[in-house]
Each structure stands twice: as C-alpha cells, then as structure tokens.
Write a protein that binds this ligand. Structure first.
Ligand SMILES: NC(=O)c1ccc[n+]([C@@H]2O[C@H](COP(=O)([O-])OP(=O)(O)OC[C@H]3O[C@@H](n4cnc5c(N)ncnc54)[C@H](OP(=O)(O)O)[C@@H]3O)[C@@H](O)[C@H]2O)c1
Length: 310
C-alpha cells in the first residue's frame, strides 16, 4: 500500500498517523475543509493536503483515484442528529462508494469503544451504525478500530481538564465514576499504520485501550497532580450530572460537555483484553503526561485555533 488517502488526517489522530506513515515511506493524501489548517503536514515527505468537500460524492471519487487504501478518521463529538448521521454513517457509505468506483479495496475505519446502535448517545449510536455498514461490505478489505479515550500532545480530553484545573480552585465533576482506559495517540496511530499492509487484519474489529482503567475522577486527580495543583473536586450524582451537562450545553461556543456525552458515559469505556499484542505495547498514562505541563504555546495555540474554527 503506497498511496493512502486519510479522511480526517488533519486531526489529532490523523496528524500522528500521517507522520508515522511518512516515516515508513508511504505517500498520503489528506483532504481538509481548510488546507491552511493542515499546512504544517506539508513539511513531511510524501504528504499532500487537498482542500475539498469530502461529503460531495464526486469530489470524494476524484480524491480516491490512484489510491491503494483509504482511512476514515472523521468523527464529531457534538452536534445535531443530522450532523452525527452525516459524519458517522453517510460519509463512510459515500467513502465505500468512492473506493469501489476506483477499485480501492483496503479500508481502515475509525469507530469508538462503546459504539452501539442501541445506545442513548447519538455519538455512540451513529458510530455503531457506521461501523455496521462498513463491516457489511464484503467486497472490501475492512479493518475497524474502537479506541477508548485517546490521550497525547494536542488531545482535547485531558487538556480540557488541565485548562479547567488551572483556572478553577473548585471543580464540579459530572459523571466522575465513569470509567475509561486511555490509550496513547501514538499507539492508536501505530495500530492503523501496521494494519494497512497486513492481510491478517482484514475483516477484524480491534478495541484499543491503554494498560490501565481509571474513573474520570481519578483521571482528573492525576492531571491535577501532574500540574502540581491542589484542587477541590466535587463529584456530582447522576441527576446533577445530567443538569450540569444540560447547562454546559447551553453555553455558546465550544461545548465542554453535552447531555449526549453524559449518556455515553453511562457505560464503562474499558476493554478487558487491553491493547492487541500484534500492534505492540501500549504506553502507560501516568508516565506520559509531560505534555500537559509544557503543553505549551504551540499546542494551546493549535487548540484555540481549532476551537475558533480557523
Ligand atoms: N480523540 C479521542 O479520544 C477518540 C476516542 C475514540 C474515537 N475517536 C475517533 O477517532 C477519530 C479521530 O479523532 P480525533 O480526536 O483525531 O478528531 P479531530 O482531531 O477532531 O479530527 C477530526 C478530523 O475529522 C475532520 N472532520 C470533522 N468533522 C468533519 C465534517 N463534518 N466534515 C468533514 N471533515 C470533518 C476534520 O477535518 P478538517 O481538517 O476538515 O477540519 C478533522 O481533521 C474520530 O472518528 C473520533 O470519533 C477519538
């Protein structure tokens, strides 16, 4: 697989994957709604960033011409039912059509741990439906990945808590008992990069988790310790968590939390089998949080820019 088209390649996971693939000599094409936002990828060898509308079937078909494999990393955490369906169900279906039109058989699809058509969360419901549609394509060589929450430089999960803890001496915490098994972004990207050329992964679904599970409250404590902050965290019970999510949802601008996130957190986001051995050893969380300290200016600037849609 020499030429790989990566939808969502300009995002948090995508950037890591593009640079791993560039190191192993693959050529990648990264479509973006705003080429400018991914211009730093252009310094990597063999990377092309194309400004296009991937929801337009004709543009998508053109994008897949001459590719050996497609990777779909597109996902949204908040939005209307329509927006979730468009990103998590309709786009993978359009991508499969564009693959078929160009004779591209290999497709790697990013789902999420907890993806489930029966979930109350629209995120998990639509991710579940998208995953099923992709796995039903018996004429394509599909691999599906389902990570728990992903951490690493530039993440929006632990960095969000780091930002909150820096400014608030008292932090009300919704769904503090929700459990996650965070996996490092480099490990997730490595799983994709190794699977691209590996026929044994065709037709497989891989849960991706780090070595250890934590409650959300424990994670917030670890972030505070890493930053050397003493903070009072007030865990909220189920009804107050719902109310808190409802209030945050009404805040204009970037959503810190929504009821949909609250519904998703009612199920543990952990995988007892851990990280698949074929993709190597997953990084330990506590030993790899240095980026929160230095998150420095570039990371913060990038996140602010993304939040501002620029
Ligand atoms: N991060 C996690 O903790 C986590 C955990 C489990 C699963 N996942 C899944 O992993 C995937 C990658 O996550 P990430 O954290 O890397 O996400 P991210 O940083 O938000 O990047 C998502 C990418 O998708 C593209 N995108 C988003 N909405 C789009 C839309 N409506 N139309 C077209 N393109 C759109 C963006 O492209 P532009 O360049 O055009 O902006 C962006 O590059 C997602 O599918 C996510 O659901 C993530």
């Amino acid at each position: 697989m020499t030429n790989i088209c990566i939808l969502g390649g300009g995002g948090f996971v995508g950037r890591n994957l593009v640079s791993q693939l560039a190191r192993s000599g693959h050529r990648t094409t990264v479509p973006s709604r705003q080429r400018q936002r991914s211009r730093d990828l252009l310094v990597l060898p063999g990377v092309e960033v194309v400004e296009t509308d991937i929801h337009d079937p004709a543009s998508l078909e053109r994008l897949l011409a001459g590719q050996d494999a497609a990777v779909n990393l597109v996902g949204i955490l908040n939005g209307s039912r329509r927006a979730f369906e468009r990103a998590h169900i309709e786009l993978p279906v359009k991508l499969m059509a564009a693959c078929r039109a160009n004779g591209v058989r290999r497709l790697l699809h990013m789902s999420a741990l907890g993806a489930d058509t029966g979930s109350k969360s629209l995120y998990q419901q639509t991710k579940g439906e998208g995953e099923q549609r992709v796995l039903a394509a018996k004429d394509l060589d599909v691999t599906v990945f389902r990570p728990s929450v992903i951490f690493g430089p530039g993440d929006s999960f632990l960095n969000l808590f780091a930002d909150l803890l820096q400014i608030a001496p008292v932090v009300p915490l919704a769904d503090g008992r929700a459990r996650f098994q965070p996996v490092h972004v480099t490990d997730v990207a490595r799983a994709f990069a190794l699977a691209v050329d590996d026929p044994d992964t065709f037709g497989q679904v891989y849960n991706l988790c780090g070595p250890q599970a934590y409650s959300l409250q424990e994670l917030v404590g670890i972030v505070a310790d890493t930053l050397g902050l003493k903070r009072t965290v007030i865990p909220l019970g189920p009804s107050l968590s719902w109310l808190f999510a409802r209030l945050l949802e009404m805040k204009p601008g970037k959503k810190l939390m929504t009821r949909d996130n609250h519904y998703a957190m009612q199920t543990d986001n952990v995988c007892p089998d851990g990280f698949p051995a074929r993709f190597g050893e997953p990084a330990n969380l506590a030993a790899n949080l240095g980026y929160l300290l230095g998150a420095g200016i570039k990371d913060r600037y990038d996140r602010f820019r993304t939040a501002a849609g620029r």
